[in-house]
Write a protein that binds this ligand. Structure first.
Ligand code: NAD
Length: 434
């Protein structure tokens, strides 16, 4: 099939690359010229395990091309995917300006039947708005389909190639048939394609993210209780997660959820609920808990240093919002950096993939280390903000050498066993454990 993907960010690039891998001819469009030039020249623009290899293979084979001109490629396409940003507006609602601008443009360019598929996370009713925008300039046949994306950054290729489920919101038989054909290589193991109406499909994405965020905030509250009653949240987590009705994932306490999706999607669903006269009590609490938890580690730091961080020097391990990505959007580490700087501390940071993005944001306001051990030389304390694998089993001898006598760790991700690390002479402060 001939596919166009509009918006070549995390979702668009993964979608385009994986669809090319199954034999489709894909053109990825973006307004960012430098991004398109880089990609056309064979340089990948995001870090995502396994993506570069598939990207290069399909680029070479000519199945994957990049362009800034939608008008040049739209006529040959069967499906046009929208993988555009839906950032939070001032009131928390999802801002649809990118989606509607592009929809208007698509309407001006259409000359025959096409399927416009929305992969962005959008409020219920957006498919109708897209239809109206296209119809302003085009009166022929077309279908608008909701196809929310569930990939997780860090394992995005795997998630796209082997999805738990594919959700497709449409009542058009013609669109259903084409979408089934497109996705048939991705559901060979019996994972379902769930067809439903557009509104249910649009809401499914928000409901999924909101439920996962609820699990995180719930466990963060349990961790608060653990600290107060002398229980160990890791043991409680195992006990709770072994119940298959609950499941093991998303039960890790920490420094709150971040990233480009959860914070904005939770806000957007709260706003949508308010708009239809429903007070989404649980979700409002989920957000409140997260805001509290995001500041919690820094409160521990402040309390340890008796509210005097002026002139103190910290290392931060981990800057991306989660491991295996270079994405720093709404990453808890950024809040920690801002707060420490505002209190007069200096900081040296290290992350395996996200350093360039952090440099773009903070410039020379912080120091950058080549590796995790250089970051901790002579620090007053180390703060762990992302659970990259390489931080889990560090060379403790090297750590001791670099940190010297002041061996203090604030661990926002509970990477180490408390007793074991204390035996090595570290003062170790983590979440939900004594
Ligand atoms: P992103 O910011 O990484 O990418 C969006 C891209 O769209 C950018 O490259 C931008 O330059 C481009 N763009 C903006 N306006 C454009 C226009 N008029 N024409 C062409 N290109 C344009 O965003 P993302 O993380 O890929 O997210 C896209 C959508 O997918 C959002 O709604 C998000 O909520 C949703 N989503 C994201 C993830 C994720 O893990 N990142 C997962 C599931 C769903």
């Amino acid at each position: 099939m001939n596919i166009v993907v509009v918006g070549t960010g995390y979702v668009g690039l993964v979608t385009g690359t994986c669809l090319a891998e199954t034999g489709n001819k894909v053109t990825c469009i973006d307004i960012d010229k430098s991004k398109i030039n880089k990609l056309s020249g064979g340089a990948i623009t995001i870090y995502e395990p396994g993506l570069e290899e598939i990207f290069l293979r399909n680029l070479k084979a000519g199945r994957l091309v990049f362009s800034t001109n939608l008008e040049d490629v739209i006529s040959g396409a069967t499906i046009i995917f929208l993988a555009l940003p839906t950032p939070p507006g001032a009131d928390g609602s999802a801002d649809l300006k990118f989606i509607l601008e592009v929809s208007l443009k698509v309407g001006k360019l259409l000359t025959d039947y096409k399927i416009i598929v929305n992969k962005s996370t959008v409020p219920v009713g957006t498919a109708d708005k897209v239809r109206v925008a296209i119809s302003e300039n085009y009166s022929g046949l077309f279908d608008v389909v909701s196809n929310p994306e569930f990939l997780r950054e860090g394992v995005a290729v795997d998630d796209f190639m082997k999805p738990d489920r594919i959700v497709i919101g449409t009542t058009s038989e013609r669109a259903k048939k084409i979408m089934s054909e497109l996705y048939s290589p991705f559901v060979r193991q019996g994972n379902p394609i769930l067809f439903m109406d557009e509104r249910s499909s649009e809401l499914t994405k928000y409901a999924s993210n909101s439920f996962l965020a609820t699990k995180i905030s719930f466990m963060n509250e349990i961790s608060q209780i653990c600290e107060r009653v002398g229980a160990n949240v890791d043991l409680v987590r195992l006990g709770v997660g072994s119940d298959e009705r609950i499941g093991k994932s998303f039960l890790f306490p920490g420094i709150g959820y971040g990233g480009s999706c959860f914070p904005k999607d939770i806000k957007a669903l709260i706003k949508s609920s308010d708009e239809v006269g429903y007070d989404f009590i649980i979700l409002k609490a989920v957000e409140r808990v997260n805001i509290f938890q995001r500041k919690y580690l820094i409160e521990k730091v402040k309390s340890y240093f008796k509210d005097d961080l002026k002139g103190k020097h910290f290392a931060i391990w981990g800057l991306s919002f989660k491991p295996n990505t270079d994405d720093i959007r709404e990453a808890p580490a950024l809040t920690i950096i801002e707060e420490l700087l505002s209190l007069g501390a200096s900081i040296c940071v290290y992350d395996p993939e996200a350093m360039a993005n952090v440099k773009n944001k903070f410039g020379n306001r912080v120091l950058y280390a080549d590796n995790q051990y250089k970051a901790i030389v002579d620090v007053d304390a180390l703060i762990i903000a992302t659970e990259w694998h390489e931080f889990r089993t560090p060379n403790f001898d090297l750590m001791i050498k670099s940190m010297g006598e002041k061996r203090v760790i604030f661990d926002g991700r509970n990477l180490f066993e408390v007793e074991a690390i204390q035996k090595l002479g570290f003062t170790y402060i983590s979440i939900g454990r004594k």
